[in-house]
Design a protein around this ligand. Structure first.
Ligand SMILES: [Zn+2]
Length: 51
């Protein structure tokens, strides 16, 4: 049996995702923010390889 590097995450086991939020500043203006975060790769289950 052989394992292949997961094509989705490139073997890292995590994928970078972007979350969009809006923050309200003290003066009442709204500032769109985007936040990058890592989450376990759904394709390989975070292992980094697929069977
Ligand atoms: Zn993966």
């Amino acid at each position: 049996m052989s394992h292949q590097i997961c094509p989705r995450c490139g073997g890292t086991g995590v994928t970078e995702k972007i979350r969009h939020t809006v923050e309200t500043a003290p003066d009442g203006t709204r500032q769109p923010k985007q936040e990058n975060y890592l989450s376990p790769c759904a394709h390989c289950g975070g292992k980094g390889h697929v069977n």
